[in-house]
Design a protein around this ligand. Structure first.
Ligand SMILES: *Cc1c(COP(=O)(O)O)cnc(C)c1O
Length: 430
């Protein structure tokens, strides 16, 4: 299986090269040259398979040329060592909890999978790979945790000073070893810009092998399709057509879900639920893609004004708006609506959702109001304690702090302060 650039101006590469490059030389995102459906027996008997078996069969075609079966199996054992339960909310709704991993956000699976792949690829080479990543909060922690101690890989994380939560900051600044945190005087957009500039900087590229651990990297993006299969395995017994509502920011997660659909998973529809950053909901209405600067909201991991993976979704549907509309709806919600939804869910069911999950719930209910007779699953992408202030403020309760989070609370934060691209460059060249 090869990967080609969506800008169509770069050579096709193997999985290994796509992972190491991150992005193609023509700045395009890599995309698999084929997506071959799995046999229908796989979906008919999916409840008999373990999560590791499901994952193996789903991702095999995309990686087999570069990962021997035994290595892929070992990687999946390590990556998928926690649960992905669908918790019932009401008769026609369940929530897929993706926060039982080490950093309590759904990015753990992709970050761990990518880390294990890069670690394997750099085993027999003397050259180091440097992973450069900008985070608005959750990516940094998941990447730091996933790559900790992986030989041959140095990780540099840029995060905006004062704009991530205390827990998020501790998750990415307290690990040490091969993980360095850079605290940037600026916003997430500034961090992102610095990372993009670095990938184009020929002096840097001559001196080091740089790659990205954002969801543009195929090794972080593709494993997210497992979630939808794990949910399908649990929900198919409901006997209704299934719809997924995905709280979306960079649109990597939902795009992976749509790949699961291409693999043959029976799904009626996808809903991309966003906060006030409504570039995609607007596109679905107007057919014009108009990126905007990001707006700050209480679901901050989705504060993205120009979602990088949306181009992959359009490509999956041959850039045909009619085909796309048939499978995807997208709605935007305000912070006030999000808080009301958190209250409604809590009052009706005692379930504590985080603001991202609540946006997913809103998207689902909006769709189901016109499409009853469906079983809806919204993705709960982070544990509510990761957004403690909002939860306490909205629900008037303090959720218990789980052990994964307690572990980092007492540790000392270590970060290097930088104020400009020059600072970043000098740090990397040092
Ligand atoms: C990253 C993140 C999202 C958005 O996922 P995308 O794949 O970027 O659309 C949603 N919720 C949480 C908690 C996240 O960390």
């Amino acid at each position: 299986m090869n990967y080609y650039s969506l800008n169509n101006n770069a050579p096709q590469v193997s999985f290994k090269e796509a992972v190491i490059n991150g992005i193609a030389p023509d700045r395009g995102l890599y995309f698999p040259s084929e997506i071959n459906p799995l046999p229908s027996s796989f979906f008919e008997e999916i409840e008999l398979l373990s999560n590791q078996e499901i994952a193996f069969r789903a991702i095999h075609q995309f990686v087999k040329a570069d990962l021997p079966d035994s290595v892929l199996k070992e990687i999946l054992e390590q990556v998928l060592d926690f649960d992905f339960p669908v918790v019932p909310i009401d008769e026609v709704t369940g929530t897929l909890e993706l926060f039982h991993g080490p950093t309590m956000a759904f990015k753990d699976v992709g970050a761990r999978f990518m880390a294990q792949c890069l670690g394997y690829f750099s085993k027999n080479t003397s050259s180091e790979v440097t992973v450069l990543v900008a985070t608005s909060g959750d990516t940094g922690g998941a990447v730091a945790n996933g790559f900790l101690g992986v030989k041959g890989v140095q990780v540099v994380i840029l995060y905006p000073d004062g704009k991530v939560s205390d827990i998020q900051e501790r998750q990415l600044t307290t690990l040490g070893q091969n993980i360095t945190a850079l605290n940037v005087a600026g916003t997430f957009d500034d961090c992102q810009k610095m990372v993009k500039t670095a990938f184009l900087d020929t002096t840097l590229l001559e001196n080091m092998q740089l790659t990205s651990a954002n969801s543009i990297n195929v090794a972080r993006w593709l494993p997210q399709l497992f979630y939808f299969l794990f949910a399908y395995k649990q929900a198919k017994q409901e006997g209704k057509e299934i719809v997924f509502s995905v709280p979306s920011g960079n649109f990597g997660n939902i795009c992976a879900g749509m790949v699961a659909h291409k693999l043959g998973m029976p799904v009626k529809h996808f809903i991309a639920a966003t906060n006030a950053n409504d570039t995609v909901p607007e596109f679905m209405k107007t057919e014009k893609y108009a990126p905007k600067p990001s707006k700050a909201t209480i679901s901050n991991a989705m504060d993205v004004g120009d979602p990088s993976n949306f181009i992959r979704i359009r490509h999956l549907f041959q850039n045909d708006h009619r085909l796309l509309r048939h499978m995807l709806s997208s709605y935007s919600f305000t912070d006030v609506e999000t808080k009301t939804a958190m209250k409604t869910i809590y009052e009706n069911t005692d379930y504590i959702s985080d603001p991202h999950g609540a946006v997913g719930y809103l998207g689902l209910k909006k769709y189901q109001s016109e499409n009853p007779n469906t079983y809806g699953i919204f993705l709960e992408t982070a544990h509510p304690v990761k957004f403690l202030d909002v939860v306490e403020d909205t629900l008037g309760i303090s959720p218990e702090i789980p052990p994964q989070i307690q572990k980092v609370l007492g540790k000392e934060k270590r970060a290097i302060h930088i104020a400009s691209y020059q600072d970043l460059k000098s740090y990397l060249l040092k």
